[in-house]
Structure formats: C-alpha cells, structure tokens
Design a protein around this ligand. Structure first.
Ligand code: NAP
Length: 478
C-alpha cells in the first residue's frame, strides 16, 4: 500500500527528542508514512524570517496530508511573530481540539473522572497580533471577534460532539463585560446550540467557568471558547489531568491540519532526555486518524496506555506510589514500541473510528443590515488633567455632531467626572448627534480638521454605527 505524505518539523528545545521518540513508535507500528522534514522555528528566525518559517516550505506543508510539528521557541521581543499563530491563521486552521483525560490511578490527579475536550477558536480574538503603542502611557491590542469566525468554531464543536458521541457542549465567554464581542460569541452559540436538540448545551462566564473546570472538571464534556481563554484553560485542564506533557492537539481547517503538543519547547530540558513525549505522540495519533490510519492509531494508543499502566513513567508523571520505573524520553518511546500489540488491563481500551473527510462548515446567511453612521470616537494624546485642554475641545462641533462624552481608560471624566479617577495621557472624545441622528463622514473629517488646527494630537478614530437601529458601540460611561 502506498505511503501517505506528511510534513514534520522537529522544532526547538525538547522538540527533537520528543519527535524522535514519537517517530520511533510510529515506525515500529508500521505507520505508512512518507515523511517530509522541514525546518521551522529558532533557526528560521535567526536566518531573518520574522515569522519563523522560510516561505519556500509552505508548498511542502500544503502538498502533504498533514503537518506534525514539535514545539518551537518564540524569540522574545519585538520584530518576531509567533510561528504557531502564523501557521494556524495562514492555513485557516480554525479549530484547535485539545482532549484532556485523566489516567488515574496510574497518573496522579485530583480528578480521576476527568474527560474534557477543549475546542479553542484558533484564528482571531487577541491572537491577531494587531498591537500599538499609542502614547507614552498607552498600548493597545486589538481583539477581533467575527460572526463567521465564531460560527465556524461553535458549529465545529457541536459537530465534533455529535461525531464523538459526546453529550454536552459548554461555552465560556465574558459577555457580561465585553457585551459586543463576547456577546456575539454567546449569541452565535445560542443560535447554533438550538439546532442540536440531542446535545445538551450550557453557558458559563469564563471566570467562574474556569474555577469550576479547575475544581470539578467532571462537570464538563466539550467546552468551546474564544482563542485566549482556550489557550490558557487547556493548559490548566492538561495540568490537572496529570501533566501538560500528556495532551496533544489537532488544528483543523478546510484545507489542511496540523498536529502538535499543547506545551512549549521547555528549553531547560533540551537535550536532557527528561521530557515526556506523550503529548506529541498522542497528537501524532490524532494525525494518523485524520489521514485514515485509524487502526495504527488504535494499536499505538493502547500500547501507550499499557505502558502507563505498567508504571513506566517520565519525570513529570513519576510518583513513588504508582510508578514502577523512571525513564527518559527515548526509553519511554522504546517501552511503548515494545508494548505494541498489548492492551491496557484497567484503563479503557481506545478504538479510533475512521474519520469522515472534513465537512465544510456552512455558515448561516445573515440578512443584510442597515448601517448608519451616527458619530465618532476620537482618541487623543493629551497630558492630564483634563482642564489643560477642555476649554478648547468643548467648542468643537460640526452640524449636529457635538462633544457628548470624554473618558479616560473607559471611565467617564466629562461631563460630571469624579476627582478620584486616575487618568493617563490617552483620552477618548465622543462626538455624536442627539438621538443618534445619521451624519455624513464629511462632518467627522471636519471635526478632525478642527482638532488638528487647535493643536490637539489625534491618535485614531472609531466610527459609531447603528445596525438596524441598534448601537454597534459600547455606551456605558463607566
Ligand atoms: P513550556 O515549554 O510548555 O514549559 C513549561 C513547563 O511545563 C516546563 O518547565 C515543564 O515543567 C513542563 N513541561 C512542558 N512540556 C513538558 C514535557 N513534554 N514533559 C515534561 N514537562 C513538560 O512553556 P514555556 O517555558 O513558557 O515556553 C517555552 C517556549 O515554548 C517559549 O518560547 C514559548 O513561546 C514556546 N511555546 C511554544 C508552543 C508551541 O510550539 N506550540 C506552545 C507554547 C509555548 P516543570 O518545570 O515543572 O518540569
């Protein structure tokens, strides 16, 4: 039978060791893979590729069926972009699936019954990397949440639950504070959930949801969340299941897929033969299943479970009571390879189901909305106190547009500010018409020209729109 082409990258830090241990097992199990190795990460960054990838290797990734990537080290500081985020977003790998399962009593955990899959949105949120320093005091990260982006990941979570026979999908977001962006995520969740009557659904505000997850993970089944929450909480979930070294992940898109450990390159263990290769190995099994090698994935997973049951453990999961021998990365890989063909005796046997090919997500058609311009927020660089420049700006107006509000870091400071409010050098001036009357963009340009003429330092503007008569901007003054 012909071999299936895949791309691999051994990455940085512990990457090469855990990749070699994983490939040793795949090879011993007879996985029919044609391996194309590429180099990404630290070396590519040092060669001057700011995203950690030589553009020439995209074609290799694109022309193979899947990409198995070991962790890489992201250089600190400006000028570099995360390779992981670049690959996920460039290839449209919108769904990041992270199963966090406990292997008690063989691996110590306070949560013996834990079996949670985190489905993390992978393309937007705070990971768009659009950031600015706007004034000496102020920096900004743009957090983008779109309707199609939310719908794709939420539909994927429900489809995943249906395919895997899971009972419930929970959504975490912070819609009580970010009413527009997380509010949209929750709204789309409610709309999509209504179409899956055979799957339970529930919503938690992310802070209390996170506390419940850390305390009682058995309450959850599949959890879908925006990018940053999913990144943080999947590490929490992995660690409380036993170790971050145990969780692999699949990054799934319409045109490709990438498989990786959820942890990073753990540079302090590089070359030490200490790291647990299980996360990358389990990621490689998700990959085998994805490319149709389900039987090989099943064979390896059960051998891995048997090794865990045998008490052959790496340092991160070693425990005097339940472990039998402490092994290094390489020896752990060899032990799993030796166990091929054996099954676990106590832990649940795993059987991978043949994957259907990726079902393109069909997005709901939204009726066109009437969008009306009703004003503008102008952000300015000005040293507090407000009295230094208030006299000038209260006089600025154009047609029906008047100054109606000034805030500092979102807190109302005019009219009726409070003396205790701490201010930085970054103010927002809201110009709007009474009753949100529609205005033309010319009037906004006129306001900007007036401010400029007065020597007010304008940083940026945000237009205020009504969508079908509903404000598309936050109105709370405090
Ligand atoms: P990290 O590499 O995940 O390591 C943090 C700690 O987690 C380690 O010190 C170790 O804990 C434990 N750990 C992680 N992987 C392990 C394994 N396989 N076996 C045993 N223990 C393991 O996080 P970091 O130190 O914050 O990040 C290091 C670099 O990785 C950074 O450059 C970061 O940007 C990058 N990173 C890459 C990816 C990726 O490529 N997908 C993801 C995350 C981070 P103990 O110290 O307790 O032993």
């Amino acid at each position: 039978m012909s071999k299936i082409p895949i791309t691999i990258a051994k990455g940085d830090g512990i990457g090469p060791e855990i990749m070699d241990a994983s490939l040793h097992i795949l090879d011993a199990a007879g996985a029919k893979l044609e391996i194309h190795e590429i180099e990404v990460g630290e070396k590519a960054y040092l060669q001057g590729f700011e995203t950690g990838i030589d553009p020439k290797v995209w074609e290799t990734i694109r022309s193979t069926k899947a990409f198995l990537k070991a962790p890489i080290t992201t250089p600190q500081g400006g000028g570099y972009k995360s390779l992981n985020v670049t690959i996920r977003t460039t290839l449209g790998l919108f769904a990041n699936v992270r199963p966090c399962i406990s292997y008690f009593p063989y691996i110590q955990t306070k949560h013996p019954g834990m079996d949670v899959v985190i489905v993390r949105e992978n393309e937007e949120g705070l990971y768009t990397g659009i950031e600015y320093q706007q004034t000496p005091d102020m920096t900004q990260s743009l957090r983008l949440i779109s309707r199609p982006g939310s719908e794709k990941i939420i539909r994927y979570a429900f489809e995943y639950a249906k395919r895997q026979g899971r009972k419930k999908v929970t959504c975490f977001a912070k819609d009580n504070i970010m009413k527009i962006s997380d509010g949209l995520f929750r709204k789309v969740f409610d709309e999509v959930a209504a179409e899956y009557s055979d799957i339970l659904n529930e919503f938690w505000i992310v802070d209390i949801g996170a506390a419940k997850l850390a305390d009682s993970p058995e309450l959850f089944d599949v959890i879908v969340m925006p990018n940053l929450y999913g990144d943080i909480l999947s590490d929490v979930a992995a660690q409380i299941s036993g170790s971050v070294g145990l969780v692999g992940s699949a990054n799934i898109g319409e045109y490709g897929a990438m498989f990786e450990a959820i942890h990073g390159s753990a540079p302090k263990y590089a070359g030490e033969n200490i790291a647990n290769p299980s996360a990358l190995l389990l990621a490689s099994l998700l990959m085998l299943n994805h490319i149709g090698e389900s039987e090989t994935a099943t064979l390896i997973h059960n051998a891995w479970l048997k090794t865990i049951e045998d008490g052959i453990h790496t340092k991160d999961i070693y425990n005097e009571g339940s472990s039998r021998s402490l092994v290094g990365t390489k020896e752990f890989g060899e032990a799993v390879a030796k166990n091929l063909g054996k099954n676990p005796e106590k832990l649940d046997l795993v059987s991978y189901k043949k994957q259907e090919s990726f079902k393109k997500i069909t997005l709901t058609e939204i009726p066109p909305q009437k969008r009306e311009l009703v004003g503008c927020d102008v952000f300015i660089y000005a040293k507090p106190p407000l009295e230094n420049f208030l006299d000038k700006i209260v006089k600025v107006n154009a047609g029906p547009l008047h100054l109606t509000l000034i805030t500092n870091r979102g807190v109302q400071v005019w009219p009726e500010g409070q003396p205790e409010t701490f201010c930085v050098d970054h103010f927002r001036l809201r110009f709007s018409a009474p009753d949100f009357k529609t205005v033309s963009y010319d009037l906004i340009l006129q306001i900007l020209q007036d401010l400029n003429r007065m020597g007010i330092d304008v940083i940026k503007t945000e237009n205020l729109y009504l969508f079908d008569k509903e404000p598309g901007f936050s109105q709370a003054k405090n």
